[in-house]
Design a protein around this ligand. Structure first.
Ligand SMILES: [Zn+2]
Length: 314
């Protein structure tokens, strides 16, 4: 596989991320992240909460949902805070508390996804969805924001704030499968995701892929550095999918006609999914840094360059 791109990745941060993943792998089943001083939720929030649970509990399967529900607190966010941070709400993982500005807007759904996908182990390790933090390091933050946005968009038509990250998360989900990826998110199965990526690239690339996403500039803005990141991680995902198809093909699970169909399907999704916002899409395509990565998704490319490669068996 080609390299993901040339980035100055701090080797210490890389090592720390790997140690964090390793420690996480040895924690055993995760228990619910709860707040012992749980308060009653105000009625104002209950409609949002019921709507959230009705639409998501049977598809995302949050770990320890009942305990998290009992202990979740929601508070009003001071106006000044909202102005300074430029957000309408946020989730505080250490207190298992959501703060929102009033009147409550749909932005609360994004925060509810964070709250119900959170976990904490002995105060030393915590995280949410695909994000993991412990004293050794952290990994998966921006993938988690992108996927959280994607879920809030899917189930509650929320607007997308993390456009670049959601875009990459959506491409990844296409490969992993929607149901499997949602379940991985709800059960904090970052390890499963890394394993999937590793099977068709390498563990090293899987970790670097997650770390490179964390180099995106602050959400809602885009700069040439971001375009390069989008190109490089998209290229990584295309290579990953080609390796996956090659494996299926060499194992005799699919023939060349099915393979061609899959390439076409992926290509159409890949183009459609490039951006969630027309503004971002036109900015990206007009940039001198733009690369059309989808030209690799053709039968000709596969037959010329892939067929003779050794395949990666998961
Ligand atoms: Zn968020």
């Amino acid at each position: 596989m080609e390299s993901i791109g040339e980035y100055k990745l701090d080797s210490r941060l890389y090592e720390n991320a790997v140690v964090a993943l390793d420690n996480f792998a040895n924690t055993g089943p995760l228990s619910a992240h709860t707040n012992e001083q749980a308060g009653n939720l105000n009625d104002v929030f209950n409609d949002f909460l019921c709507n959230f649970l009705n639409k998501t509990r049977d598809v995302v399967y949050f770990n320890g949902l009942d305990e998290k529900l009992k202990s979740l607190r929601i508070k009003k966010m001071p106006l000044l805070f909202s102005i300074l941070l430029g957000v309408q709400g946020y989730y505080n993982i250490s207190t298992h508390e959501i703060k929102v500005s009033l009147p409550i807007s749909d932005c609360i759904y994004h925060e509810l996804f964070h709250a119900f996908s959170s976990f904490k182990v002995d105060g030393e390790m915590y995280g949410s969805g695909f994000w993991l933090y412990n004293k050794h390091g952290d990994i998966g933050l921006m993938l988690n924001e992108g996927y959280t946005d994607l879920l809030a968009f899917r189930y509650f038509c929320n607007s997308i704030s993390y456009g670049k990250e959601a875009n990459i998360a959506q491409k990844l989900e296409f490969m992993v499968g929607k149901q499997r990826m949602e379940e991985m998110y709800g059960s904090n199965n970052l390890l499963g995701l890394v394993q999937f990526l590793s099977s068709y690239s390498s563990f090293d690339y899987a970790v670097k892929f997650l770390m490179i996403l964390d180099k995106f500039s602050v959400h809602k803005s885009i700069c040439p550095k971001d375009i390069k990141i989008i190109n490089d991680v998209s290229n990584y995902l295309v290579e990953l999918y080609l390796n996956y198809l090659l494996t299926e093909y060499k194992l005799g699970k699919i023939d060349i006609s099915v393979l061609t169909e899959r390439l076409e399907e992926f290509k159409s999704h890949f183009s459609d999914y490039i951006f969630n916002s027309d503004w971002l899409k036109s900015y990206y395509e007009c940039s001198s840094e733009y690369e059309d990565i989808t030209n690799k998704l053709s039968k000709d490319y596969f037959q010329k360059t892939m067929k003779n490669r050794p395949y990666m068996h998961s």
